[in-house]
Design a protein around this ligand. Sequence first.
Ligand code: URP
Ligand code: ZN
Ligand code: ZN
Length: 463
Amino acid sequence: MGLLIKNGEIVTGDSRYVADIWCEGETITRIDHNIDPPAGGGEVIDASGKYVFPGFIDPHTHIYLPFMGTYSKDDYETGTKAALVGGTTTIFDMCCPSRSMEPGDGFETWKAQAKEKAACDYSFHMGVTRFDDNSAAQLRKIVAEGVQSFKIFLAYKGAFGIDDSELYQTLRLAKELGVLTTAHCENETLVAETQKKLLAEGITGPEGHHESRPPRVEAEGVNHLMTFAEMTGAPVYIVHLSCREALEEAIRARLRGVRVSVETLIQYLLLDKSHAERPDFEGSKYVMSPPLRDKKNQEALWNALRQGLIDTVGTDHAPFDFAVQKPMGRDDFTKIPNGIPALEDRINLLYTYGVRKGRFDLHTLVGVASTNAAKIFNLFPQKGTIQLGSDADLVIYDPDYRGKLSAGTHLMNIDYNAFEGWAIEGRPSVVTVRGEIAVRDGKFVGTVGRGRFLERSSGTTCA
Ligand code: URP
Ligand code: ZN
Ligand code: ZN
């Protein structure tokens, strides 16, 4: 049995043409004109008038996240169903054990969370929240089991944050093992001191969040990481870069020879700090770190994507509800759980407000939302493109669809949508995961638990 997709306009990072795709089992085995329907049966999908994209990859999610005294709301079932309906067929979840948890136990915990629930494929970035001889030995094992990237936090003092000698040691180990280190860049001391100052001045609402973490605090974090990357020779990946000042630090470092890739988020491209200033605590829905910025940063981020200065667009999907969890910080913005959900909506928003608005072309969409992540994180060409031998992860995309985003209709397990009422001009009509149809016309029809842990082989291909 196979799957035949006829007459779609295939779009990859660097090509665009009309052809048929034949998928046998989990793999693309033929791309040609006028492929006949198989004699032995199998489904035929007419993709005339539609784009066929490689499955999209979200390089940064928190489906399972114990954080700030609570847990993010999705689990691997709700999260990956939502991902698929939105066209994302692979996620990289952050495995973030607490400082007191052994990395090996953390890795087993995250794998167990995903195992029987994930409907799409997944990998992890392994959080290094403590570095000593014991954790280093466990990290070596985890890398050998197919996790080719670390995650570190230069923020969250007293929680996930590591100090400078741990940062140095982590990068040394990463360099030795050929592992790419992804990093949250904000100066944790400046954040903590500014938070104290603002609270003492009586600023307690959600708007205090972005006041306590201005662009310079993020730029300093990036500069800090760049210096350590330069000293150790380790390649690094900046997660959720939000503003021009931070990007300038990364570009300066690139010119010095630092091997750095950069990720931004759909939230920073379309939302700004005025959302976090909304009255009646509505602003708490828009609290995340680094915070939403002044709108003027958005143009710089779109331009940087178009010109290849930013490599990927993720979501940092970390849903905390408005009913119970965000109010944990009603009287103190430092206690509002950080995160803005977007996993389901990333591609439709990028297509509508990126491609349709003329900010970048279809190839850039595929590049920043799929191919580049596959290359940077060692999944290419299994994922991230449409070619013979690649996994049959395909998004048949209907550019004629018109709709609106809403918490009333989304699949994410969260009681608000940060893009409530936003128009979308296109959506996936069919999504496949390794040859199996997982979505039809906005409905999940796939198999919970079929998602596979992707073991990645050694050697980074970063920048
Ligand atoms: O606000 C955010 N970004 N929440 C998730 C944790 C992180 O820093 O990535
Ligand atoms: Zn972060
Ligand atoms: Zn994150």
